[in-house]
Design a binder for this molecule. Sequence first.
Ligand code: ZN
Length: 417
Amino acid sequence: MDQDGPYAKQSLPIQMNILKTLNTIAQCSQPSSGVTRLPFTKEHKQANKIITQWMKEAGMQVHLDAAGTLMGTYKSSNKNAKTLILGSHQDSVINAGRFDGIMGVLLPILAVKKLHQKKIKLPFHIECVAFADEEGVRFPTALMGPQVLAGTFQMKDIKMKDSQGISIQQALNSFGGNHRKLTQLKRSKKSIIGFVETHIEQGPVLEKHKLPVGVVTGISGITRYTCTIKGKASHAGTTPMNLRQDALAGAAEIIHVLEKKARTTKNIIITVGSIQNTPNAVNVISGEVTISVESRSLDNKKRVSIQKEIASIVKKICRARNLFCQFKKTYDQKAVLCDKHLTDALSKSVKDLNYPLRKIPSGATHDASAMSDLCPIAMLFVQSKDGLSHNPKEFSKEADMQVAVQVLENLITNLKV
Ligand SMILES: [Zn+2]
């Protein structure tokens, strides 16, 4: 058992070994050094069998919906009660860790199991969900499960194919889903209290502050551009330094200045993560470079306004170096703020367990982003070792996950609706 951190002494009664359970389901994977579990595959089927067992042990009725989402329902005695949805995704990236997604499926089920064991009945229904496809690795789209519930799924996407030429429609239907019934899954906003997603932090903040869990303030918006910088490819030996139009040197300056800009601007992060250099040869001055420029922020206005500043920085550097630049927007996603009522309730549950409350934004997208089109959302982060994720070394401590289960149990028990 891991016992570091100043709060470990308050560790809760260990009723179940969460790590062991996650290790078991991690076996539902394609052969790889980490976990590789893609939607609508035999590994997904194996995982759903195990999750079904977890849900049944927690007193839930289980079914697979037409979009391939596995759902467990813990019914209120009040038939007309509203529903609180908890969960995350079962799928992984290639060579993933054992926690991203699946931990957020397991922990709320364990919280409900505790209520079930205590024979507690609730004034609202609970649905625990394991969404099929959040990572978007197999098909060129993602988040179908929550989008279908919210009524935002684009039916034309059902024709999208994986690298083997299998469409989502084919994969879904042979898995036990039914593309013809997708539109019937749309929920009425009035019937849902909210969606609470638990997720490994995938960042270093909670570990730095030695906290088991943190409450998420919102999910950052993202804007991505590709920026092509055009210069002149010429001989590296014969072109004097002052007569060059070196696209790569220009890109290097742009990357450096954008990093400085983000370091000195509040609430925005900017990343140049991809670069293609042409002709990319040791003795040729670079003629053309394409970089990606991504900005993320919880503040939608700031994310929009920083685009103008980025463009003016790039243009200024290109002018000074006799280069040309072209921008193309490739992705745009609005930020989503977590709901105040649900977040306050989650925060109270953390504080009631005598842990300091840390509120953090999520830089990554989650199922909760798509669920926000249907209902209020809230998120609980669990500390991740070295902030590592999408990596076989991804790790959360048993004691921290136990705390998260306790927080969820308190949230469900005390939630006023
Ligand atoms: Zn995830």
